[in-house]
Structure formats: C-alpha cells, structure tokens
Design a protein around this ligand. Sequence first.
Ligand SMILES: [Zn+2]
Length: 342
Amino acid sequence: MKKSLLALSMAGAMMLSVTPVVDAVGNGPNYGGNETVNTSILHTYDELSDFLQKEHAKQQDMELEVIGQTVKGRDLYLVKYMKNRDNPTILFLTQQHGNEQLTTEGALEFVKHLGTGKMKGVTDDVNILIVPMLNADGAMGDVDFSLDDYVASGDRNLTRYNALGIDLNRDHITKIQPETKALHDNVMRKYDIDYMIDLHHQGTQSAIDNEYVSGSILYPTTPNVDEDVVLKSKQLGAVVYDAIEAKGWGHLGKYNGGSAETISRNGIAVEYGISTLLFEMRGMSDHFYESYVLGQKSNGYLIKQTITTLDATVRAIADRSIETKDVSFWDTLPFQTNRTTE
Ligand SMILES: [Zn+2]
C-alpha cells in the first residue's frame, strides 16, 4: 500500500520534471494552506527493517549490520557496501531528528538502486555506508513525552527528539544517548571514513532571491577543523549543488549554521578529520509549529532530492572527479533568510 503511494508520488515528480518546473519545491503548498500531512505514507520503523532485510537477501554486495539499539530497544542499522577497504568511503546519515523523514525515504530508494543495473560497477570504486533513521523512537513517536500538539494526522506523530527528549544532534561530544554512542562506537571509530552527508529537514519559509529553497547546505564552520577537511567538504557540497541545481525543481541556499562541535557537521569533522556536509531540506514531516511542516505534495521532489544527492556524490567519489571540483560557488551562494513577501 505505502509502496504504491510512494511510487505514485515518484511517478508524479518524474512526470512533472519532463517540462522544466522551476522552483516546484519552493511553490509546494505549506501546511497552513490546509494541505494533507498524513504520516501513514512514511515507512514505519518495522517497514524499514523489513525493507532492509529483503534488500540484503537480494543484493550480494550489500551488508546489513546492527550497530546498537535505541532507548526503546529498536535495532539501529548500518547498510554497508565495502568491496575494498582502500577505496574512499562516504557515510550518509539520516533522521537524527525523527520528524525529518523524507531523507530516509530517499536513502531507502537509493539502497534499492544500488541493487540494480543502473549502479553497476560503482561500488567497485567507492565504499558506501548508510545509517538510516538514527532516531527511530522519535520517528515512531515512541517517546516519554506528549505529542498531543503535533499537527500531522495518520497512525503516528514524529518528533525531533529521542525517547528521553534529547536532541541527538547536540550529543556528538558527550555521546551519552544510546543512538549517538552506537554511531560513534560502531561506525565513526570503526571505519576509515572520508566523507559524510548529514541529512535533515528545516522549516518551510527559508528562501534565497525571495524564492523558497528546496534545501540549504553547509560545510564545517568551527575554527578547530583542518583546512583540508574544509576544502573537501566544500567539494562535496559542490557536487551536491551542481547535481541539484541541474534539476528544474532544485533551488539551494547556504545554511546559516554555528560553530558548536556538539553537532555532527562540526564535531565529526574535528574528531575524525571527516569532510562533512549538512543538507537541510525543505519542510518537516511533523511538528507542533505549523510553519515547519510541509504539505505532502512536495514529497516526491524531496525524496528525489535525496536520491540525486546520494547518487551524484557516490559517482563523483568513485570516479575521483570530486577531488578536482571547483569550490568557488560557495563565495557567492547566498545565505538563506526567511521569505518576506507573498
Ligand atoms: Zn534536523
């Protein structure tokens, strides 16, 4: 049932992209326009689990590991394509914030692509690690606090915080929560990772050039990070920017982020020397602030934005073109601001 709905929204997105639809994501309806936001169309944790196990059974090159458990005891997964340890390695992390789920939907679709002919040979030259839905308890609304004021309808509400009400993306120094501890102990410390993209969703009102953005990106901005790590992070961003801007529906700004090392974009870059990119896509799956939640008509584009991001970066690392990528676009990319008119 959900699969056919997802297929439908993907088909819709593909149909529309035949004719150039500039800023289609930006024009996507806000929740405030009485749009439907029904969480039932999103993968539940159990459905994600089934999906990964089925793909694992089908795909010879795919490994599936459990790296730990959430507060409520859900297994946390690592999807792994690692043919040669000497190859460069990229990690994709989704849903540290449980109410930011379309990034996970895109990552699952990408896993499916990796098992098909269109990705043939790519994993010979790049290692891919994917940790989907790190905050599985928040994604399922299985938390020790009330979500009564959250706006989405459907079989569950989704929240940013883990079951104990902690923001996992402020826990990358202390690593006290079981979810962040599992990520650091069994992924960050265990593999020689070169690149990481941390995938999120932000509110709906961010804009550049007075048009809503489909997302915003940023490299590490703490003074403690190596210059070379920043350069490679900017190259990672350049690959993403070029791939998304080439689509009629993509419109990216520069995220206005701070220097705190409690967040993964900064902390992981400093601690492990990994080049990181934060990608904040438009609109959340659920929240108690109406203006943060996006009507689900844009879902197809935002899922495609995730798939495009993962596909483009994997290919650019595999063929090493990322290493000579020009980063000068960062100097002119406008910081997003809240849209002022309409
Ligand atoms: Zn987030």
